[in-house]
Design a protein around this ligand. Structure first.
Ligand SMILES: [Zn+2]
Length: 409
């Protein structure tokens, strides 16, 4: 929403305001604790920074303030969308849904060669996706970027985010087992090296792997070590589908058959253990790690994930669309996993409004709104290593969203 500002002071009145002031990342039972609310509230903003949050009757706006009554809405801090793929934003309605992960991936892979799509089409899709996110009340996004032909790496997505005022963390992924550089230092692809060599982009970029079944263990290990040393978040897809489980455990199945044709080296051997155990054996888990999906994790694995200090990003609408199952969110909460939410990309979701993931978990899996609001805000901020996001406290950026009706309680 936009306001024509005639003053440096903006006062927003809302029926309810949830600031999450004083809250940090929340796990387990603490997720269900009541959230402090201000009814009939005023959010006072000066030069885009929160100055105060208080009951409307106690506030006397200065004469030159720009006052906007938002009516019967519940205002909350802007959301963190912890996982998407912005460079796939042109693939809306162009992949196979509902037939499992391998069928979806088989429909996606040929389209990763973008040479038949004009750069204008790709950039317009990127810009639309970012504008929609910002308009829906997202403040920061975790963006996986591959090495696509036309949009190699994060530069285009970075521009699109900045135009819309979106904060972004780029995870530069490598999909493959050939080491693009094997100079004994960093076996990462060109787009990742380029981003990390750019003085500005490097501050919001990190190397990562796509997944355990699609990225060489050497690249995963190297990226993980680099991120730990540099204080960056290391992210990868984990336990998204039964096909992943089957491929890593037995070396068979549709995902193995698909990748054998295009990605796997002839001498590839399955580790013969479940995805979580394989990730653990490669030392990929720990503080500063963001695992994505976790649909097929069991309770033992969830407990170990929580104990490691890693966070887990749930993408339930994407999982539902592909037909890979539903994340066991209640089991994760019982096991104290640090949870956050992401939309995944437009190749597997209908939009990038992460409030939709919370609505889905509220309506389909009966997760309480208090927990979901925390997942959308303070937990997403913690998972991406953002210190000051996810709260509306004096001195913080005035980034807010309107909660959907199903999250208001
Ligand atoms: Zn993804």
């Amino acid at each position: 929403m936009e306001y024509i500002m005639t003053s440096s002071i903006l006062v927003l009145r809302a029926q309810t305001l949830i600031t999450l002031a004083g809250e940090g990342p929340v796990r387990g039972r603490d997720l269900f604790a009541p959230l402090k609310k201000i009814d009939n509230a005023a959010l006072v903003v000066r030069n885009s920074i929160v100055e105060d949050a208080l009951p409307w009757p106690k506030y006397s706006p200065p004469a030159d303030a720009c006052v906007c009554d938002l009516g019967s809405v519940c205002l909350a801090p802007a959301c963190v969308n912890a996982h998407t793929h912005l460079n796939l934003s042109h693939l809306t309605d162009r992949t196979v849904w509902g037939k499992g992960f391998a069928a979806w991936l088989e429909s996606l892979i040929p389209q990763l060669d973008e040479s038949h799509v004009s750069p204008q089409t790709l950039n317009l899709a990127l810009q639309d996706a970012c504008a929609d996110m910002a308009g829906a009340g997202t403040a920061h996004v975790g963006n996986f970027c591959g090495m696509n032909a036309v949009n190699p790496g994060p530069a285009s997505a970075d521009d699109a985010c900045r135009i819309c005022g979106l904060g972004v963390t780029h995870f530069c992924e490598w999909l493959g087992f050939d080491l693009p550089f094997n100079d004994g230092l960093y076996p990462w692809p060109t787009h990742c090296r380029t981003a990390l060599a750019d003085r500005e982009l490097q501050t919001r970029s990190a190397p990562c792997g796509h997944a355990l079944y699609s990225t060489s263990p050497q690249t995963l290990d190297s990226a993980r070590r680099f991120c730990a040393r540099e204080g960056k978040i290391f992210a990868f897809h984990l336990a998204e589908s039964s096909e992943e489980d089957q491929m890593l455990t037995s070396g068979n199945g549709p995902l193995k058959d698909l990748y054998a044709e295009c990605l796997l080296p002839k001498n590839w051997r399955a580790p013969g253990i479940r995805p979580f155990d394989y990730a653990e054996s490669l030392n990929l888990l720990g503080p500063g790690v963001l695992a994505i999906h976790g649909v097929w994790l069991n309770a033992r694995e969830a407990g170990r994930l929580a104990a490691s200090g890693a966070a887990l990003c749930l993408c339930p609408r994407s999982n539902s669309n592909l037909g890979v199952g539903a994340p066991p969110v209640h089991m994760f909460m019982e096991n104290n996993v640090l949870l956050c939410l992401g939309t995944d990309g437009l190749a597997s979701n209908s939009d990038l409004d992460v409030r939709g993931e919370a609505k889905f978990l509220r309506e389909m899996l009966d997760v309480p709104p208090e927990a979901l609001i925390r997942l959308l805000t303070v937990n997403g901020a913690a998972a991406l290593g953002l210190e000051n996001a996810g709260r509306l406290t004096p001195g913080s950026a005035a980034e807010f969203c309107i909660l959907p009706a199903s999250l208001v309680y």
